[in-house]
Design a protein around this ligand. Structure first.
Ligand SMILES: Nc1ncnc2c1ncn2[C@@H]1O[C@H](COP(=O)(O)OP(=O)(O)O)[C@@H](O)[C@H]1O
Ligand SMILES: O=C(O)C1=C[C@@H](OP(=O)(O)O)[C@@H](O)[C@H](O)C1
Length: 265
């Protein structure tokens, strides 16, 4: 006896059901004792497991368990199907839910260097139909295309902070933007005055993960990480720890916090 399991479950709307429809139906085999029963009442339960396979893609597996009333209730067999689920589908669905509440207000992403403000900001702006602005890029443009690292070298940090505040003032006059701020934008109260015109979201990522990410891409574009000696991970971690001591509390002024640690848990 064979029980077809395809199509017996309801898929949440954000799962691309076409992907499942094209798959061969899977089957659950019953044991020999079961197949001699004339009437069977079988309960089938489905259990989704979702696992990130890369930053943008996710694999889901569906485990099917069958319980038979005529026998002592036990799981006789479970099967599974695997499929790839594009995270952008989840984001798209979530963003549609959010649209009415946003009402065109800008979103400011804040967080330490490497927390993903630029990466997440680009994706978020696409799914929301917003424009994406990177504050560091705006500062560079205001200084004739000079890279941030050179601005620090030639003019010093205070000059950079002035330009950063001016960039935030300008974007705060606009609507429907996702703004990736620089990691240090949170230290000036005036910047919060501008950012609180929209919705600010703190991407809270553990220091070890930040240092790993930055070590992977190098510290060239992040002048505040140039001061320490050692390999890229060690110097990033040391310097990020010191910066965190000095400014960690300031991130909590954000309207919302997304904690990578909580998500993993
Ligand atoms: N959620 C994430 N998981 C893993 N790596 C990420 C994630 N977000 C960003 N990264 C990587 O970390 C590095 C820094 O990201 P970036 O978006 O530039 O951070 P920020 O703008 O906050 O400094 C990039 O190499 C990026 O690919
Ligand atoms: O943390 C900081 O003080 C800084 C973070 C950088 O931006 P990212 O957070 O995008 O790396 C950039 O603004 C500058 O190097 C200073």
């Amino acid at each position: 006896m064979e029980a077809q399991v395809s199509g017996c479950f309801q898929q949440p709307t954000w799962i691309n059901s076409d992907k499942f429809a094209t798959k061969q139906p899977r089957s659950v085999q019953f044991s020999g004792v079961l197949s001699r029963q004339k009437t069977l009442r079988v309960g089938v339960s489905a259990h989704f497991r979702s696992q990130a396979v890369s930053f943008r893609r996710r694999s889901i597996s569906l485990e099917i368990s069958c319980l038979c009333e005529n026998l002592s209730a036990s799981v006789k067999k479970s099967g599974g199907i695997q499929d790839a689920l594009d995270n952008s589908l989840i984001l798209k669905s979530k963003s549609q839910e959010l649209q009415p509440y946003l009402n065109g207000r800008c979103i400011y992403l804040v967080g330490m260097m490497g927390s993903g403000k630029t990466t997440v900001g680009r994706i978020l702006s696409q799914v929301l139909g917003y424009s994406f602005y990177d504050c560091d890029t705006l500062v560079e443009q205001a200084v004739n295309g000079t890279p941030v690292a050179d601005i620090f070298k030639l003019h010093g940090e205070d000059f950079f902070r002035e330009k950063e505040t001016e960039a935030l003032r300008k974007v705060s006059l606009m609507h429907r933007l996702v703004v990736s701020t620089g990691g240090g934008a949170v230290i000036r109260p005036i910047n919060w005055k501008y950012m609180h015109k929209g919705i600010s979201v703190w991407l809270d990522v553990p220091l070890e993960a930040l240092a790993r990410r930055i070590a992977a891409v190098g510290t060239d574009s992040r002048p505040l990480l140039h001061e320490e000696a050692g390999d890229a991970y060690t110097k990033s971690f040391r310097r990020l720890s010191a910066l965190w001591e000095a400014r960690g509390e300031a991130y909590a002024y954000a309207s919302a916090r997304v904690s990578l640690e909580s998500m993993c848990a």
